[in-house]
Structure formats: C-alpha cells, structure tokens
Design a protein around this ligand. Structure first.
Ligand code: GDP
Ligand code: IMO
Ligand code: MG
Length: 461
C-alpha cells in the first residue's frame, strides 16, 4: 500500500503520462492534482497512440480516476475525452474544483495578444507574451483567488443560478478585455499548411451559459468528495497515484515567474491540492533526457538560439535532429518545443523542491547518435561559477553561461530491458543525474511504448 506522486522535474512534457501509466499497473486509484486542459499527455500502448488532456491516465487501465480540487476543469474538453471512451470510465470530480468557461479562454487570448502588440513582436526574455496554451488556465485560477469563480458543485447545481453567475462573470471578463481595446473572442487554433494559426470567433454570454448548463447536466453524476475518497483509500491500504501536470520549473511560485503556469506543480503541493494530510509519499521525478520548453522564458542550455517562438530554420542541427526524431511539438498546441542540453543545475534545484525519492529518466533513446553529449554541471554568471539556480532572476539566467561536461554517445538502446545492458555512456549520464538529484534513477524509458521501460530493482509500491 502507499502513495506515489509523479511530477515533471523540468518544464513539462517530460513523459509523465508514459511513466504514470507504467506505475498505474499496480495502482487502485489515480488522482490528477493540478493544471487543466493545458496538459497534453501522450501514451503509446501496443503501438497505438492516445492523447489525454484532462482525464487522469488511470482510465487507460480501467482504474478509478479522480480530478482533485487543485485542477481547473474545462467541461467541453472533459466531455470530448469521455466521449472517446463512450463514457465508460469510472471517474470522480471534486465539487470544489473551479471550472474553465469560454470567457476564460477569451481573457487568456486577449492578454497574450495585448502583450504581443505591446512588445511589437520583440520576444525578450522578460516582457512580451508568456506563450500560454490559451486554455484559460491563468484566468480560472485568478477568479478562484478573487473568490468570483464558478466551482464544479455550481456547474452541477441549480441551472437558473448558474446562468446568472455565468453572465456576471462574462461581463466581468468583458470589462477587463475592453481596457485593452479588444473584443471578446474565442481563440480557435487551426493548422493551415502545417502552420498553427489562431482564428478569432466572437463569444456571446448565451453561448457560455449553454456550455455551462449542458456540461453540468452531463458531468454532474461524477461529483465526488475526492479528498475523502483518497483518505479512505489510503486508510484501507490501497495504492494511490498522484499524477502531476506541467513541470517544476513552471510552478507559479518556484518556477521562472512570470513565465510559468498558474498552478503549483511541485510534489509537496499535491497534499494541499488533493486535500489530504502529509502522509508518507514516494516522489518520482520525471527527468527528460534533454530539457524542452514551449512558451517564452529562460532555458540556459537552449539549442534553439534562446528565442521564442522557435525559428526552426535557425535551430542548431542537434535541436533539429531531436525535434524531428521525438516530434518535439506540444500535444495541446502543436508549437515547436525549444530544446536544450541536459542541465544538472536545474535538476538539483528541482530535486531540492520536490524531495525526489526516485527518478524516471525518459526519452534517453532519442540521444542515441549524439556524440558527445554535453551535460551542463554549473553556470557561470558574471564571471562566477555556481550550481545554485536563481529561478527568480530572469536577467541573471539570461546572462548565465553553461559549463559543460562531455560524455560519450551510446548508440541504439530501444531494445534494452535491463540496466546492466545499457552502454557505458548512458550509465555515466545516469550517474550525473543521481549526483545532481541525490536520488536513484529507478526507471529508464527507452521508447514511447509502455513496454520500452527498464525497471532497476524498483517496485513503485
Ligand atoms: P507529458 O506531458 O509529461 O505526459 O509528456 P508528453 O506526452 O507531452 O510528451 C512526451 C512525448 O515523448 C510523448 O510523445 C511520448 O509518447 C514520448 N515518450 C515518452 N517516453 C519516451 C521515451 O522513452 N522515448 C521516446 N522516444 N519517446 C517517449
Ligand atoms: P504537460 O502536462 C509544457 C506552459 C505553456 C506556457 C506556460 C503557461 O503536458 O507537461 P498556461 O497555458 O499554463 O497558462 O501556459 O506553461 N505549459 C506547458 N508546457 N507542458 C505542459 O503540460 C504545459 N502546460 C503549460 O507553454 O509557457
Ligand atoms: Mg505534455
């Protein structure tokens, strides 16, 4: 029995979905802790690809799956995902979580557009747009904090009251958007000739009311006190997995503020997000073999010229190879992810915040023909060497120069299933990660499929 929390150690897209799915095999209950439709998680099972945004990964193994209070839930998106499972999944939604309605997406988009117009397309590290996923995440958490937001219990409750609340909130958002001289429009992201473009669709309060009422009718039956359900499951000796979204460096407090998401992404925050006391927890940090980032903000070891959005023509050859090989594009937005050399300074900071008990190293196979592999072990900032990460000082991070240690490449490892069979170069890299995090690398992922996983003397529960 026990509790396992899975969190991204970097800037998201570390392969949390795949590892959660592996751990879920022995779990009874899977709980998504934070974030919303901004998350995009890909699973490959027997060669077939599945992408989930809001549903917890437990649904792929037919296990009870819960959305905790810390989530912001976009009802149309959840209905769409449930539709794909013919509504035949066992889920519970906490009545206290806040719902993301279309006007939240409109505000997210208006803010990003206004910031872009102000910066006139000049993407400096500080200022300009964040490059959000336009999923309405910031505005939903913002309304939660200002105590004006609509919770799931209201979505599932009295329809006339709900309509009134939706109209009030629409008007509130309209007022904010009007200050930037913009209209209330929904961002509709489409792919045209391989490029993502955003169409603007006018948004009415009636449409928002319709979305709220219709989804409330469909989803109301899933209302469950998730906090209590988890406490009871743990008390009964069940195996529980907390599935984190995004990554530690996107944490609202400890990430690269303001280039962050709006939820707390660290493992200790999961206790509060789910509503349980601090019982013993195993914390698996998901470390992608090379960091990637969508959106703006500092990546000291960046191989894409440090700019956002990525100008793919100007990317380093290694970044181009990796992007092509691992399709480094957001599952939610399709945007090219920036790619960097492995960074032990970031990992040390991430482990310090999360208390990793174990590391799962993912996408190691992608580096197979890159030789040498450059691993950043320190930064040089203004002539001084340091391995302490100044997460709050984006200017210092923009000036930081990575100090690299070179490791030998290691060749194809996609067929390896035992740690002892990994080549020496891969083991050297694993040792550096263990030194930086102070935790054993217990899971090594050598391909996207569930089966392409090495467990190194490791049982999650
Ligand atoms: P998440 O948001 O952390 O769940 O990660 P994403 O699903 O957004 O991105 C990870 C991508 O890497 C997905 O396309 C996965 O299928 C893929 N992936 C996961 N682990 C591995 C691995 O070990 N090797 C390779 N080649 N791909 C992987
Ligand atoms: P998963 O769970 C990678 C990034 C966005 C942007 C910033 C704020 O798939 O790892 P938001 O829409 O949250 O307000 O955007 O955070 N971001 C992610 N990057 N993976 C994610 O989720 C992300 N969720 C948000 O690109 O830079
Ligand atoms: Mg993702």
């Amino acid at each position: 029995m026990g509790l396992v929390t899975i969190v991204g150690a970097l800037w998201g897209d570390e392969g949390k979905g795949k590892i959660t799915d592996v751990v879920n095999e022995q779990a009874d209950l899977i709980v998504k802790t934070n974030g919303g439709a901004n998350a995009g998680t890909t699973f490959v099972i027997d060669g077939k690809k599945h992408v989930l945004h809001l549903l917890p990964s437990g649904v792929l193994r037919g296990k009870r799956s819960l959305l905790a209070q810390g989530i912001v839930m976009r009802p149309e998106q959840l209905c769409k995902e449930l539709e794909e499972f013919d509504w035949k999944v066992s889920i519970g939604i906490d009545p206290r979580l806040h719902v993301t309605l279309p006007y939240h997406l409109a505000l997210d988009y208006a803010r990003e557009k206004a910031a872009d117009l102000k910066a006139k397309g000049d993407n400096k590290t500080v200022g300009g747009a964040i490059g959000t996923t336009l999923s309405g995440i910031g505005p939903t958490y913002e309304q939660q904090k200002s105590r004006a937001g609509i919770r799931f219990c209201e979505l599932a409750g009295d329809e006339e009251k709900l309509k009134k609340r939706v109209e009030e909130n629409y008007n509130y958002v309209k007022g904010i958007i009007a200050q930037s001289g913009l209209d209330v429009v929904m961002p509709d992201r489409k792919q045209v000739d391989g490029k993502y473009v955003v169409n603007e669709v006018p948004l009415t309060p009636e449409y928002c009311q319709q979305v709220a009422v219709e989804s409330g009718r469909k989803l109301g039956k899933y209302l469950s006190d998730v906090s209590l359900e988890v406490i009871e499951a743990l008390g009964a000796g069940k195996n529980v997995v907390f599935q984190g979204a995004q990554g530690t460096m996107l944490d609202i407090g400890f990430g690269n503020y303001p280039k962050v998401t709006s939820s707390e992404t660290r493992a200790p925050a999961a206790y509060a997000a789910v509503g349980i006391p601090p019982v013993p927890m195993r914390v698996i940090g998901i470390v992608k073999a090379y960091p990637t980032k969508v959106g703006s903000g500092p990546v000291v070891t960046c191989l894409d010229g440090g700019r956002w959005p990525v100008d793919e023509a100007c990317s380093d050859d290694i970044a181009k190879t990796i992007r092509k090989r691992a399709n480094e594009r957001g599952a939610t937005t399709g945007r090219a992810r920036r790619i960097g050399w492995p960074d032990m300074v970031v990992l040390k900071y991430s482990s310090q915040l999360n208390g990793f008990t174990n590391i799962a190293l993912t996408l190691l196979d992608v580096l197979h023909d890159i030789d040498p592999i450059k691993v950043c072990v320190e930064y040089e900032i203004d002539g001084k060497r340091t391995d302490a990460y100044p997460s709050w000082d984006l200017d210092a991070l923009a000036r930081a120069k990575p100090v690299y240690k070179e490791l030998p490449g290691f060749g194809d490892i996609t067929g390896v299933r035992e740690y002892g069979q990994l080549p020496d170069g891969a083991k050297q890299y694993i040792r550096l990660i263990e030194q930086a995090t102070g935790a054993p690398v217990s899971i090594i992922s050598v391909g996207p499929d569930r089966e392409q996983t090495i467990l190194r003397d490791f049982k999650p529960f």
